[in-house]
Design a protein around this ligand. Sequence first.
Ligand code: ATP
Length: 892
Amino acid sequence: MKWHEMRADEVTNAINTDVESGLTSKEVKQREQKFGLNELKEAERPSAILLFLNQFKDFMVLVLLAATLISGLLGEYIDAIAIIAIVFVNGILGFFQERKAEKSLEALKELSAPQVVALRNGEWVRVLSKELVPGDVVKFTSGDRIGADMRLIESKSLEVEESALTGESLPVQKSIQPIVGKDVGIGDLTNMVFMGTLVTRGSGIGIVVGTGMNTAMGQIADLLQNAETMETPLQRRLEQLGKILIVVALLLTVLVVGIGVLQGHDIYNMFLAGVSLAVAAIPEGLPAIVTVALSLGVQRMIKQNSIVRKLPAVETLGCASVICSDKTGTMTQNKMTVTQIWSSDKVWNVSGTGYHPHGEFMYRDKEIDVAKTKTLQQILTFGALCNSAAIMEKDNDYILDGDPTEGALLVAAMKAGLKKENLYRSFEVVEEFPFDSVRKMMSVIVKDKNGKRFVVTKGAPDVLLGISKSILWNERQEGLTREYEEKVKGAIESLASQALRTIAIAFKPLSSTERIETSYEAEKDLVFIGLQGMIDPPRPEVKQAVKECRDAGIKTVMITGDHVITAKAIAKQLNILPTNGKVLEGRELSSLSVEELEEIVDDVYVFARVSPEHKLKIVKALQNKGHIVAMTGDGVNDAPAIKAADIGISMGITGTDVAKEASSLVLVDDNFATIKSAIKEGRNIYENIRKFIRYLLASNVGEILVMLFAMILGLPLPLVPIQILWVNLVTDGLPAMALGLDQPEGDLMKRKPRHPKEGVFSRGLGWKVVSRGFLIGIVTLAAFMIVYYRNPNELAYAQTVAFATLVMAQLIHVFDCRSEKSIFERNPFENMYLIGAVVSSILLMLVVIYYPPLQPIFHTIPILLRDWLLILGMSAIPTFLLAGSLLTRKTA
Ligand code: ATP
């Protein structure tokens, strides 16, 4: 028999599990050994050897190796071996860079690995989805992604979207009845749920019957190898730039070689020099360094609690001009405590903090006995009954399982001695219509001991007021007249203006014959009883974060399902709402078109009582106005807006799988301040990439020009091939990596957001590359000529001086690259990686010049002390000539 044909108990027997206590750890281990991990096979990645060999597939490197081989055959063994060694070391470096980049991307995947709730050893625990085994009992609710194929044993209004499997985008209603009959397709298996599909509504429990490749998804896994490219726009642009640079470098090299040959240089020597120059001048390492810089930045972001799910988001973060953020839990702590209760124009205060169920009820500053106040008792009882949360005592502490709003209601009831478990002895919950943020309420149908049934509803007060017909006033049921309505509205406003989140409680008795099938039937003609007001204090760090964002040219917009006055009060506390700022409500939003919203959206700072579908409209309007929008969300319904936003952000703690998968950034701590840190990091990563692009390209320009000018002037080669390769490996590589780890400039979060279309060379970078590169070439050549003309017989000595000047000019210039403005803006000792890279580059250069066994290999001659003055003086010019002129301009 197939799983879907069996009854639930038959499934349990067949797969040997226990629906009360789940599997034991031992059974899990055994089954894992037998069935393997619950993973789909991934496409094979290139092996380490292949990755290493890939480093040498570059055309110019191959030409260089061929040329070296020829020179080896011609008897130039030392040169040949040295060049091969350098190319080899370069390859190893490239290999490790790529490996590192790959590893950290891999680690990222692990971090955002999906989890599920399974019954193990009698307890519901969170486990990694890949650890599921056949026989596991798993529960899931709206927003979850299904971790394995399961036969359902419980289904509460469960609906699942299975388009990944069936292509059908409409959710399927699920039940637990066995299905008989031949030829039932996957789409008809309504008593099963499948790996990779999404729960869009309700909740359920299932028994795992298939894992890994042994699932419906596994059978089509080959089709699923997601080909989503993780390249960022900058990487793509750099790739194009790289191609242009290769052509330019090659042309210049040909020019150098051509002129050199015309000037009477030996063809073979010129050829080797030309190829070395081409290898050095082509920034082949650039893409790898960019990836490393990006992934190291991403790792720093993880330490600051944000997980980047899509690499391009790192760049887009730096362009963000608006952050649209949820209020509850993101700007506030989501630790709710009921402090006021209102009914019939009476207000009771409740003391106590957090989820500790100890506190007093006061009326007009006097403690009262709740048992003697019938309405109060009723409000508290209903608040606890219409509730899916639980408060558990653990190690003298009280822990909430569920939604904080509901937790607050439970705790308030417990303070009056009304425990949910005890209440269940008098009331049986026979039906539940769970909360959703579109209805903004939740209802249950309860049956008391006498068999009498009631609908109990709790939810947003303005919504409940709209569906109530009467009101309980001083314990008497009266018609809900205009007058009463005004009184309730006054009470709502009074609670909300104290920044309290308000929940209304209402009920309705049912006759014995009345049938209720839908939430719509339950939630009408209610009897309004009263309000519970709860505080949800702002997170302390958010106010400062909002200010920093404002300084950085980023607007913060609060989006909340909460009451407009509560929202306004909290927005004021956090300085989000300026004096002339607008607040817009969900129903006003509904009546506006996207174009109409566009007109006013720049003035709106708070959107209240919104439904998730409004968020999409807000994103669109802002984008149409040219904004780069970051948008947060946690629920299933938030996914479209998260996807549409330039930076979709989801919540690590409260977020559903659906929201997480739609997002490009996950906030591990659900905290608004984390968005600010991520934006700062995003800006920094981009600036650091600019820094080393600037450094590398200026260096390359210098290297090419010194050779070109020398050939034009009919001079001998100022640098020998091995020296050029050495500069490329040591002087270019190490400091560039260190620039990728540079600290942000002080004014990073004082600048306006970067324009997303901005080119790599904007903001004067192109000019800096060319001018500094030109000067580096000139001073190297000048140092060479001075020493060469002093004694034309000692060419190798002049070449060594040129080599040292080129190295030193680059190593000084690297500090200039740290600032957009001037070298004097920054403390050079801030970045110890850079100091380390520069010092080791200098030491390695000294070794090459002064260590006798290396001298024949690198064609070096020990430099005399007085010539160091020349070298240092010359090499300081490229950086300080222009930095100096900038400085005088600034002080003038
Ligand atoms: P944000 O969008 O900032 O997270 P929010 O949490 O207030 O704000 P929703 O969760 O959509 O947004 O809640 C909207 C309203 O629904 C709340 O203001 C509250 O009045 C009501 N509400 C919230 N949670 C529940 C619940 N569990 N049961 C009944 N009503 C609720």
